[in-house]
Design a protein around this ligand. Structure first.
Ligand SMILES: Cc1cc2nc3c(=O)[nH]c(=O)nc-3n(C[C@H](O)[C@H](O)[C@H](O)COP(=O)(O)O)c2cc1C
Length: 662
């Protein structure tokens, strides 16, 4: 056993955890408007259990929806009609050998009511309606009165409401147990109700629920007691909270330790997260960005572990089983929780246990998952196209006819199409015109914060090497070659080429295209101007800054892509605001000169000196080249950047979906 500590079972009360790898709470936002768990949701949580996790937690189960929900489509623990759905999740998880946990939550002053002018509460049938309803709002309650809270006026929660909510936590836990869950997780962190009451800065009440530490602890302790009364001594209670809010306005780890000591022995697992959901800086710490190191929040759990006897769980940016083993072996935590990694590869526990670490698809921390929960209420993963389609993926489809599949292009889309088609049992020929698989993103392989992307490309290439795929490098697919191979199916995954704008001076020796500079950063002078503030331009600026360059970004639109928020973009935004990076928005470049660029915006014309000028205005799809292959096989599919250059998820999901259907 390579990871003996990681795979040492843990018995707590009535639960036996088969290893120390838990799937962190990850709410499922695709709950229908009646707020009942769907079959898709069952399949989503079941998939994690099937991959070997010791525990799988259903995120954000709301204990009192009239005051506590922060989103219209969440499971309502008060609603008895949730029984079949919750029971299906609990039994699907436990039948696969994992302990099912329900995370009990109340958003307090960050609750957003879903009330319509006609008085109906849950009528929202689309995000648009939900947003309208949110604006109409209802009364918000938190520890203290706040005239201008983030979502409007916050009323001080009256004592009878506090007592009622304590009771609701207990009843919700009892309901979870009735539905077949083996544990409950109290959501006491990330800025939600319980953390609002424990917060010295937020909770300045002067009655017995605030002011002193003892009073601030009253609500969390009463919630634990209420749950315990309802579920009994043997039923495990996990308490999740932020070890540090990691923000100048939040509490620090010393306070986190004090809190943990106060709940020590009263709960069965102390789950130490970090940050605050409602704070743009600290939410990036709750979900560590790709610009942060692996395991960046373990230090909080490790500190708390020194002071408590209760088993301690850690979470945040964990992808590598060797690191997880070290965390447990060194005693910094007893349990590791994986959030985004459980989406990138739900099979991580099984792969780590069976010596297949090389097969693990490691999370890029690109936050495509979080972005999709906001935009389409459904979880997706950039590099795991099964996520969001777990129910469909579970259905094996017999191959009616084994086809000869030619994939032209070995970038992200081409590799995924080849792998999925081969897994289906088709005969696959994959041609790549260069000497290496991976496509355009290989140019970023030396960028430290793109390490995981590089590993992803390597992993896909290795999977292809292991599969019965006829790989032909240095082979460009012309119509003649395609026809000579007589394929039944062609995937054209030819990619794109950089766009070069017709700016005066573009041919100067000081001008370089972004992907070329990524591949050879030594070509950059000390002072670099990047034309284009999209994802590529911004990330290149961040990279060049790590190499000590002074960087200016010039963007023609009034906003950078990062101004659009979204979790990854928030991280961008923060990185771009560091000294050494200057951004000019709504600015065009009229000329490139040997000493820099001449720009224009509302303020007039001005010069930006630069030793190197980088072009990062996007890519042009190789559509004509793709279409040229159209007649070379009965079935033809154009996928990835040669359709329209987009994000990784577009390429992987398109390739997977089509290849699964042929
Ligand atoms: C898509 C998504 C949904 C999440 N939903 C919840 C949730 O419902 N409740 C919660 O406490 N944390 C939630 N989290 C936070 C995770 O549990 C975890 O703490 C965080 O992602 C950091 O871990 P990671 O780096 O392994 O992803 C969510 C995270 C993601 C990415």
């Amino acid at each position: 056993m390579k990871f003996p500590h990681l795979f040492e079972p843990l018995a707590i009360g009535s639960a036996v955890f088969r290893n120390r790898i838990f799937s962190s709470p990850q709410g499922y936002y695709n709950v229908a408007k009646d707020n009942l768990p769907s079959l898709d949701e069952v399949a989503y949580y079941e998939r994690k259990a099937r991959g070997g996790f010791a525990s799988v937690t259903v995120g954000d189960c709301i204990v009192e929806d009239s005051t506590g929900t922060h989103y219209p489509f969440l499971i309502r623990m008060e609603d008895r009609s949730t029984l079949p759905g919750l029971a299906a999740i609990a039994s699907s998880v436990s039948r696969h050998g994992a302990v099912a946990s329900a995370e009990l939550a109340h958003a307090g002053m960050y609750a957003r009511f879903v009330k319509y002018p006609d008085g109906s509460v849950y009528g929202a049938d689309s995000m648009k309606n939900a947003a309208a309803a949110t604006v109409l709002g209802g009364d918000l309650y938190g520890p203290v009165y706040i005239e201008n809270g983030k979502y409007g006026e916050v009323l001080e929660m009256p004592e009878e409401m506090i007592l009622r909510i304590i009771d609701k936590f207990g009843k919700a836990a009892a309901w979870a147990k009735t539905c077949g869950f083996g544990m409950v997780t109290v959501h006491g962190g990330h800025g939600w109700l319980l953390s609002q009451f424990m917060s010295p800065t937020v909770n300045t009440r002067t009655d017995r629920w605030g002011g002193s530490f003892e009073n601030r602890m009253r609500l969390p302790l009463a919630v634990i007691e209420s749950i315990r009364k309802n579920v009994g001594r043997d039923f495990p209670i996990e308490y999740r909270f932020s070890g540090s809010e990691a923000s100048p306005v939040g509490y620090d780890i010393d306070y986190g330790v004090k809190f943990a000591q106060a709940i020590d022995g009263k709960v069965d697992i102390i789950h130490v997260s970090a940050g605050d959901h409602e704070d743009d800086h600290s939410i990036i710490i709750t979900h560590p960005s790709m610009f942060m190191e692996d395991g960046v929040n373990v230090k909080y759990a490790a500190e708390i572990k020194k002071y408590v006897k209760t088993p301690v769980a850690t979470v945040g940016a964990l992808t590598d089983p060797a690191m997880m083993e070290e965390i447990i072996a060194s005693g910094r935590a007893d349990i590791v929780n994986l959030g985004r990694q459980s989406l990138a590869d739900p099979d991580l526990p099984t792969k780590a246990r069976t010596g297949r670490e090389d097969d693990i698809n490691k999370c890029l921390r690109c936050n495509t998952c979080l972005e999709h929960t906001g935009s389409i209420r459904t979880l997706r993963c950039a590099t795991n196209p099964e996520i969001g389609f777990e129910r469909d993926a579970k259905i094996s489809r017999p191959l009616k006819e084994r086809k000869r599949v030619l994939v032209a292009g070995g970038g992200i889309a081409g590799m995924q199409a080849a792998l999925t088609a081969s897994e289906r049992g088709h005969e696959v020929i994959l041609c790549e015109k260069t000497d290496r698989l991976g496509g355009v993103l290989r140019c970023e392989e030396n960028v430290p914060f793109k390490l995981r992307l590089h590993e992803y490309l390597d992993r896909q290439a290795k999977q292809i090497a292991k599969a019965p795929i006829d790989l032909r490098l240095n082979t460009e697919v012309t119509p003649e070659l395609a026809q000579s191979l007589k394929p039944d199916v062609i995937f054209a995954a030819l990619g794109a080429v950089p766009k070069i704008p017709p700016i005066k001076g573009i041919d100067g020796v000081n001008v370089v295209e972004a992907t070329a500079l990524y591949a050879a950063p030594e070509k950059a002078g000390a002072n670099v101007t990047i034309i284009g503030g999209g994802l590529v331009g911004i990330e290149l600026a961040i990279y060049l800054r790590t190499l000590g360059k002074i960087v200016t970004i010039i963007e023609a639109l009034p906003t950078l892509v990062s101004d659009d928020a979204g979790m990854h973009l928030l991280a961008h935004d923060e990185a771009v605001r560091q000294p050494g990076i200057t951004v000019h928005r709504a600015t065009t470049v009229s000329e490139i000169t040997p000493s820099g660029v001449t720009c224009k915006n509302d303020g007039g014309e001005f010069a930006v000196p630069a030793d190197t000028v980088v072009i990062a205005i996007g890519q042009s799809p190789l559509r004509a080249e793709a279409i040229a292959l159209y007649d070379s096989a009965p079935e033809f599919y154009q996928i990835g950047d040669c359709v329209t250059p987009r994000r990784i998820i577009t390429a992987t999901s398109q390739a997977y979906t089509i290849a699964r259907d042929i």
